[in-house]
Design a protein. Sequence first.
Length: 158
Amino acid sequence: MAIAPYKEITARTLLTQIGMGQFNATQAIVWLFTQPATSDPKQPAVILIVSALQRQLNRMGAGLNETGYLDLPTASALTTIVGDRWETLTWADNIKAVISARDAGLTIAQPDLQPVGSDDHAAYQELGLFGLPDVPGGIVTYGVAAYLLYRYLKKRRN
C-alpha cells in the first residue's frame, strides 16, 4: 500500500485557496500571522484578504458586499463559522476555518444586518485623532494646516 505524498499547506497555499492571485498573495503573506483585532484595516494587503474572504463567504450564501472592509455583516458571517473569538485568532486561522467550512459544504444564512455598500463603509470606520476625520497624510496634514492657519492669523495682526 502506497502512502500519498504529504501536501504542505503554506501561507501562499491558504491565500490561493480563497481565490487570491499569486502577486497579491505575496503582499498579503506577512499579514496572515496578525490578528484581525490588531490589523490596520486600511492596509492594502488586509483589504485584499478581507475581500477574498468575503468572496468565499458569498459562495457559501452570506450575501455580503465585497468591499474589502471588515464591516458588521462580514463580522457576523465570520462569527457564524469561526466563533466569537475570530478577532483574536490570526488571519491564517480564520482562512483555514472558512476553507474547511466551504469544503464541508456549510451554508450561511444571510445576516439580519443590512449589507454595507461601498459608499457607506465610512459609517463603520473610526474617526481619527481627537475625533477629526481621516485625511491623506494623517496627523502631518493637520500639522501643516495648523501651521498655515497660525501664519495667516499672525500676518493679519501685524
